[in-house]
Design a binder for this molecule. Structure first.
Ligand code: NAD
Length: 487
């Protein structure tokens, strides 16, 4: 028993609620207990949805925009003030390096609230002056909150992805019931404390803990009191949620899996490209939906790119999140490691040459209970291999050569997914040309994961439905009513 392990409750209408059962949250660094978590049953989920409805009808849904914006800014300030607590909670749940949790997850959480406060404060109404033979009218659209929103998020960037949905939902006057991943319950619970400190009315933000099927996830998505579902996670889960909401025809916004390509041309700036690729393959131990798992390289520089990436992969430092120099944490769980390892085995069966990695590292007795895995690179595969077609969600990529620009575009687009792509070239015209032909939601040129929160974020194909970010989020989180006034 870890003496510092905590007990995490559901948060409903501002109160902590126990569930009939608890589950253990295990630290992926060393296998110790992080928290005992109260799982929400159907009754707790019912109470959470009722609390959200009461808060919506009780004032939040009709609160002036200026009031909501002021509260969102206060929440951002409170996240900054308690950044150390959020970082500690995120690190305990995920095992990611402290610096990464601070820079990527927690800083972005505060930025999410500020960005959506700015968006709602500065977005006007659509209006038209309509002139017909019989008269003139003013047409305009008022945007109303969608209602009670179910927010279901994964474990890879827990607070970042949660607040990416909570902030625009609240900004638009909705109330929410959130279900964090069973692997990362801590920061969503801590956020409830911060919401209360900032003065958010009880019931506007509710948290239910648990799993997917036959647990909080399913109880929430099949609940008749939910007006919309926004979900980030695996494509197969998105498909299950679509079926769950279909009988009541509720809107969904889905940010799903990826099998993202990088296209590397011989005219790239090699060092910058290698640094960029290293980040895009291995950041957060490859557990970012945007991570590159397919690298198409122009044949004349294939060996140079492969050698450079192997050197950089070997330089990554696996270790405790707080240790100096740690670049790479464990995978999220033993279960996920078993999945990634099964892909490592499959790659070999499919004929991969393993350039580096491919196994479980020996990091000593102290970390033996963790879910560590080696950063891995493959060559010798083509687009027909399952490991080149299916999302692994680990620190791994396949390197594949190409000869022409047309071939590179065709290879990159030969996938059922369509989330992100990166193009590496010093020929700017080619950069624009190739990026625009990528069948994805986001295409980067000479960079990766550089985000402007006002720009549309989402995917095509198996990678999702809809776009979030800036006004795109407002479209999902509101229902417009068109008013036509004869003049
Ligand atoms: P997951 O789909 O297994 O779980 C995500 C969430 O859904 C969890 O909270 C889980 O408990 C819940 N859930 C599972 N089954 C459910 C069901 N039947 N009904 C309701 N809820 C259910 O995904 P994960 O393993 O937590 O996360 C990794 C996946 O997320 C990867 O595929 C990754 O690419 C994707 N992802 C996508 C984006 C994006 O923006 N496109 C961002 C991050 C992660």
């Amino acid at each position: 028993m870890n003496p510092s392990a905590s007990e995490l409750f559901n948060v409903v209408g501002g109160k902590q609620l126990a569930g009939p059962r608890t589950f253990d949250k295990i630290n992926p660094v060393d296998g110790t207990l992080v928290a005992t978590v109260h799982e929400a049953d159907r009754e707790v989920v019912d109470q959470a949805v009722d609390a959200a409805r009461a808060a919506l009808d009780g004032g939040w849904g009709g609160a002036p925009v200026s009031e909501r914006v002021a509260l969102l800014r206060k929440i951002a300030d409170r996240i900054d003030a308690r950044a150390a607590d959020f970082v500690a909670a995120e690190v305990a749940d995920t095992g990611k390096p402290v610096e990464l949790a601070r820079e990527l997850d927690v800083a972005r959480a505060a930025a999410n609230f500020r960005s959506f406060a700015d968006t709602v404060a500065s977005t006007g109404l659509d209006s038209f002056l309509t002139e017909t033979a019989t008269g003139t009218a003013l047409n305009y659209a008022v945007r109303k909150p969608l209602g009670v929103i179910a927010i279901i998020v994964p474990w890879n960037l827990p607070l970042l992805l949660l607040t990416w949905k909570v902030a625009p939902a609240l900004a638009c006057g909705n109330t929410v019931v959130v279900k964090p991943s069973e692997e990362t319950p801590s920061t969503a619970t801590l956020l409830a404390e911060v919401m209360a400190e900032a003065g958010l009315p009880d019931g506007v933000y509710n948290v239910v803990h648990g799993f997917g099927p036959e647990s909080a996830g399913e109880f929430l998505t099949t609940h008749s009191g939910i007006d919309g579902v926004t979900f980030t996670g695996e494509s197969a889960t998105g498909s299950a949620i679509m079926r769950a909401v279909a009988p009541r025809v509720r809107p969904v916004s889905f940010e799903l899996g990826g099998k993202n390509a990088a296209v590397v041309f011989a005219d790239c700036d090699l060092d910058k490209t290698l640094d960029g690729l290293t980040r895009s393959i291995f950041l957060n131990t490859g557990q970012v939906c945007l991570c590159t798992e397919r690298v198409y390289v122009e044949r004349s520089i294939f060996d140079q790119v492969a050698d450079g990436l192997v050197r950089r992969a070997k330089a990554l430092q696996l270790g405790r999140p707080e240790a100096d120099g740690t670049t790479t944490g464990p995978l999220i769980s033993q279960k996920h490691r078993a999945k990634v390892q099964s892909y490592f085995d499959l790659a070999v069966q499919e004929g991969a040459d393993v350039l580096v990695g491919g196994g479980i590292p020996d990091l000593g007795q102290e970390l033996a209970g963790g879910s560590w895995i080696e950063p891995t690179l493959w060559t010798g595969l083509d687009n027909t291999a399952r490991v080149v077609r299916e999302e692994v969600f680990g620190p791994v990529a396949a390197l594949i050569p190409f000869d022409t620009e047309e071939e590179a575009i065709a290879l990159a687009n030969d996938t059922d997914y369509g989330l992100a792509a990166a193009v590496w070239t010093t020929d700017l015209q080619r950069g624009h040309r190739v990026a625009q032909q990528m069948r994805v939601g986001m295409a980067w040129v000479n960079t990766w994961y550089l985000r402007d929160l006002r720009s549309p974020f989402g995917g095509v194909g198996l990678s999702g439905i809809g776009r979030e970010g800036g006004v795109h989020s407002m479209h999902f989180y509101t229902e417009p009513t068109n008013v036509c006034v004869a003049l």
